[in-house]
Write a protein that binds this ligand. Structure first.
Ligand code: GDP
Ligand code: MG
Length: 724
């Protein structure tokens, strides 16, 4: 090969570019201006290993935004001239700030060689750098040099040629910019790609990020090519900008910068820098992190925070929950007194009020829980949780990027596996991604939460927060063990290195917390009012029809008359008690006669090993559609089987009073609900994200069998303990 290799030297001002340039080119250089602007342009040639290299010293910049002429010149040069290698010169004594520019080269997809210059200065300050580790984490070659003395330059030149000759394209890096911006990027990047908007010059994601950063130059270029598309992309970006303004009081640019620094911080945190402690140079965030992500203190603090959050949730939501309970009780009584007996009344009381209303009754708990999560998220603590969990995740064959999907799915409480499954897209290794995607449904999503809350308040009321905490820990333990199992069997393979963004701590704003809490709570209410309402009416119908055959119904009627006659002359109370007993018998017979009742009863032969009675079976079947349905179905089943509507006891009290239920059953049901098949929507997502329904069916069967075995063990185990 004889053609000249094009090299660009880039970096922050004063990083040592010119020093390196001079030592490489010696006398073979000339100085001019970039076309059209008065920014100095130095060009020169040099030879290495028999090859001719043309070297350009780019103007020093801190960033690649369009804020200054230097920045524009630098980035235009990179995309228009397409140098074979970009040498990114970094002041090793100031790594964190210098790497900011590096993250942008990485996103631009330039072939990089990273140079750690001024190693002598760094050493003097007591800083030692592990360049191999840095290289592994960033995915680019890293060479330490001392430009002033020429030390390391030979090795640098070898590396440059190696990269220039390499046929591999540079690794594309996708930083995460937080949930809000990532969602927008997920929308707009495919559009940019599909319409080939500027894709000849820039990677699609880079253009997307620039549009979010409100970069005039890119926006104008894009408009010239496709005005309508660009306008709609900008509109989308302004929408999220307004949202961020309202919730966090920041512009997208600031969030993007935060996440770039977060990424750098976490790279450096992996032991790239060793420095003799110099307290003054630690930023506040770092100081907090020293304690909060400490190997031993960190998890302890995390446990305390979670436990505190659960205590807060349950204690403060108790009162509003009881208000809602009495409200729905009054509503039932009102309907009962106003409507004539018949299917309509039964549907409204049993299907709508006790079904969907039962789901709504948990809104206060959900709201307090979401408030807690919002505090953790907006303050930046959640990212620290992810960071700490990474160490644990490796042991179980998962990737650090798996942590966020787990948290989104309800790792702390109250998420949803659907966005959780989608969030696994950040994972690059197929096997790690599949292992994550198949285990995130084990988390306690917002729909399981009310079921857990119901059973915990009904049977373990003294220790609510503690049980909630156990439920969280149990979900993680099961998910991690399942992941390990999958990674040792069907998804065997190596693990890939991980780097995660640690945004600086922010003090959450009250308004932001309110908006985030309300957005999530409203999702829950909306779902209860639509999908869940429809399903609970459907299930009510399945639990009501077919009605008891004529002869059986009239037989009950005759028995009723018989009771009234035979009790003549005795006290009112006795008659009522006898009638009540009869009515209860009839209600139960009717429910058993219905479609759902028959299915539930048929399943009892198996489910009784885990202590589930036929009513519970109906609810668990309903849960395949959506987990909230478990509550609404239990509500309907126990409402239909219970004619003392005037007393309007809550589902909690009904379960407590039912002879089929006891703490052992509750624990078994709880375990089953936490771990059995993901709901239908999640299954669809798993199929879509994995590309085949095979995995969705696998997940359904695997989880249900596992959950059932666990429930049997718990139920039988607690019976044995009780018997002893
Ligand atoms: P530029 O702005 O990136 O072109 O940086 P310069 O090449 O002008 O260098 C800035 C300053 O750092 C100059 O005073 C150089 O002498 C000094 N410098 C460059 N490389 C090194 C190095 O490896 N060690 C030390 N101690 N100083 C250096
Ligand atoms: Mg210079």
């Amino acid at each position: 090969m004889t053609e000249t290799i094009k090299i660009a030297l880039a970096g922050n001002p004063n990083a040592g570019k010119t020093t390196l340039f001079n030592s490489l080119t010696g006398a073979r250089q000339h100085v001019g201006n970039y076309p059209g602007v008065t920014v100095e342009k130095k060009e020169g040639n040099c030879r290495h290993a028999g090859r001719e290299l043309r070297i350009v010293d780019l103007p020093g910049t801190y960033s690649l935004t369009a804020y200054s002429v230097e920045e524009l010149v630098a980035r235009d040069f990179l995309v228009n001239e397409k140098p074979d290698v970009v040498v990114d010169i970094i002041d090793a004594s100031n790594l964190e700030r210098n790497l900011y520019l590096t993250t942008q080269f990485m996103e631009l997809g330039t072939p990089l060689v990273i140079v750690l210059n001024m190693i002598d200065v760094a050493t003097k300050r007591g800083i030692t750098l592990d360049e191999e580790k840095l290289s592994r984490l960033l995915g680019f070659p890293v060479v330490p040099i001392i430009a002033r003395s020429g030390k390391g330059i030979e090795r640098l030149m070898d590396k440059i040629l190696e990269v220039a000759d390499s046929t591999k394209s540079p690794p594309t890096v996708q930083l995460s910019y937080g949930e809000d911006l990532d969602l927008v990027l997920e929308d707009i990047v495919p559009l940019i790609q599909k319409n080939n908007l500027l894709t000849d010059t820039y990677p699609a994601r880079w253009t997307g990020v620039k549009i979010l950063e409100d970069d005039d130059q890119i926006q104008d270029l894009a408009k010239k090519q496709n005005h309508d598309l660009t306008t709609s992309l900008i509109a989308r970006s302004e929408e999220v900008a307004t949202h961020l303004q309202a919730t966090l009081d920041v512009y997208p640019e600031a969030i993007i910068a935060d996440h770039r620094y977060g990424y750098i911080k976490s790279v450096l945190r992996h032991g790239v820098i060793t420095q003799k402690i110099d307290a003054d140079r630690l930023y506040a965030s770092d100081k907090i992190d020293k304690i909060v992500t400490h190997r031993f203190l960190g998890p302890l603090i995390m446990a305390l925070i979670l436990f505190g959050m659960y205590t807060f949730t349950f204690s403060y939501s108790e009162l509003p929950v009881s208000w809602l309970e009495s409200f729905f009780g009054l509503l039932s009584e009102l309907v009962d007194s106003q409507l004539a007996d018949g299917p309509l009344k039964s549907m409204i009381i049993a299907g709508v009020i006790d079904g969907a209303g039962g789901v709504l009754g948990f809104v206060p708990i959900i709201m307090f829980m979401f408030f807690g999560i919002s505090v953790l998220e907006d303050s930046g603590y959640l990212a620290r949780v992810a960071f700490m969990m990474d160490r644990v995740f490796r042991i179980f064959g998962l990737h650090g990027s798996s942590v966020m999907p787990f948290i989104i799915s309800g790792g702390i409480a109250g998420g949803c596996a659907v966005p959780g499954v989608m969030a696994t897209r950040t994972l690059r290794s197929h096997r790690e991604r599949m292992a994550t995607l198949l285990t995130v449904p084990f988390m306690n999503c917002g729909a399981k939460l009310p079921v857990i809350a119901l059973l915990v308040t009904a049977f373990f009321s003294e220790q609510k927060a503690l049980y909630m905490f156990f439920a969280t820990v149990a979900a993680w333990v099961v998910a991690l063990l399942a992941a390990k199992f999958l990674r040792m069997t069907v998804l065997r393979g190596d693990s890939t290195p991980f780097v995660m963004e640690l945004p600086p701590y922010r003090f959450p704003t009250f308004q932001g917390l309110m908006i985030h809490t309300w957005e999530r709570t409203w999702q829950y209410i909306k779902k209860a009012g639509t999908v869940i309402l429809a399903i609970s009416i459907l299930l009510w119908a399945m639990m009501t029809f077919p009605a008891l055959p004529e002869d059986q119904a009239s037989q009950f009627e005759r028995q009723r008359q018989g009771v009234i006659v035979s009790y003549q002359g005795q006290g009112n109370q006795e008659v009522e008690a006898a009638l009540l007993k009869l009515d209860k018998e009839r209600a139960e017979k009717t429910l058993r006669h219905s479609i759902a009742g028959r299915i539930g009863t048929a399943m009892e032969s198996v489910s009784s090993y885990a202590g589930f009675d036929w009513r519970t079976n109906i609810a668990l079947l309903g849960g395949f559609a959506a987990k909230e349905v478990i509550i609404s179905t239990l509500g309907t089943a126990y409402s239909l089987g219970d004619v003392e509507a005037e007393e309007s006891s809550s589902l909690k009290e009904r379960l407590r009073g039912d002879p089929h239920w006891n703490p052992a059953v509750a624990l078994a049901v709880l375990a089953f609900i936490m771990f059995y098949a993901p709901c239908f929507v999640t299954l669809v997502c798993i199929a879509r994200e994995s590309g085949t329904w095979k995995w969705a069916f696998f997940s359904m069967a695997f989880n249900t069998i596992f959950a059932f075995l666990l429930a049997v063990i718990i139920y039988q185990g607690s019976r044995i303990i009780n018997l002893l």
